[in-house]
Design a protein. Structure first.
Length: 276
């Protein structure tokens, strides 16, 4: 089995499922529809293009840094400034970091990995006002989806990891229920199951519709990545090459040549002016 891992981080994210009219809510984790939309944008598909191959991918997410919900009281006017648009409340996740995984056909995932590194359309985290920080793609893993999400090092920011340095951090995971069922976990490791209406039938604005999937909640104890043993500063300090020493040892002294020059332009002027 092959899994493509994604790092979903940015100043703001917003993953809507139940947004209606003047209230635009956000889920507390990335949705399958949002990730499929990002993948479709990366490969250059338009809203009316088919997405059946992307719907076959299995999806899971790990909350490495849950973030916090903030509200934006949104106002807008038409371009001519004469008409006010309806006021709306828009909710976002601030300072959140997620590890997402998609499992499926290896050839398809290889193409998606390349597309995320060089996207056709701009990528965003749920809404166009929420660009991601890079890298988005963390590459392919030869493992099952659950194992890949469990094994990946903690992606949280350093300041967040410091807050939990004295106690272990159990990251919440949300996966397609069929992934958990196939893993045959003991009953005590299984979690709650809920329905989520975030499976897009199409992104075509003329017939946008979404189906349900069953999502199971698990937890995974995560830890920070091991420090890199390679210290480039140590190599620099151990370098025997000292360019300043070469300059100080240089026998060439241009000022000495000037002082030793027998040519005296002032003396020539005095000889040319007998009245002086």
């Amino acid at each position: 089995m092959t899994v493509l891992l994604l790092r979903l981080a940015g100043p703001l994210q917003s993953w809507g499922v139940k947004s209606r009219f003047t209230v635009r809510a956000t889920e507390l984790a990335p949705t399958k529809s949002g990730i499929i939309g990002m993948l479709a944008a990366a490969v250059g598909r338009r809203r009316t293009d088919p997405i059946e191959d992307l719907l076959s991918l299995r999806f899971g997410v790990r909350k490495d840094q849950p973030g916090r919900v903030i509200r934006d009281f949104h106002t807008a006017r038409t371009l001519d400034g004469k008409t006010s648009m309806p006021l709306s409340d828009r909710y976002y996740l601030a300072d959140a970091v997620f590890l997402a995984g998609i499992e499926g056909d290896t050839a398809l995932l290889e193409g998606l990995d390349e597309a995320l590194r060089h996207p056709f359309f701009p990528l965003y985290l749920g809404r166009r006002s929420c660009p991601p920080t890079h890298p988005v793609s963390l590459g392919l893993r030869e493992a099952g989806l659950l194992d890949a999400l469990r094994a990946e090092p903690w992606l949280a920011a350093q300041w967040f990891r410091k807050q939990h340095r004295h106690d272990p951090f159990d990251a919440e995971m949300l996966l397609d229920q069929e992934v958990v069922q196939e893993a045959a976990l003991p009953a005590q490791e299984r979690g709650a199951v809920r329905g989520s209406r975030d499976v897009p039938a199409s992104f075509d604005p003329r017939r946008r519709d979404y189906g349900f999937r069953q999502v199971e909640r698990l937890t995974a104890r995560v830890s920070a990545p091991e420090p890199d043993p390679h210290d480039p500063m140590a190599e620099l300090s151990a370098d025997d090459h000292n360019p300043m020493a070469e300059l100080s040892a240089d026998d060439h002294n241009p000022m000495a040549e000037l002082s030793a020059d027998d040519h005296d332009p002032m003396a020539e002027l005095e000889e040319a002016n007998p009245c002086s």
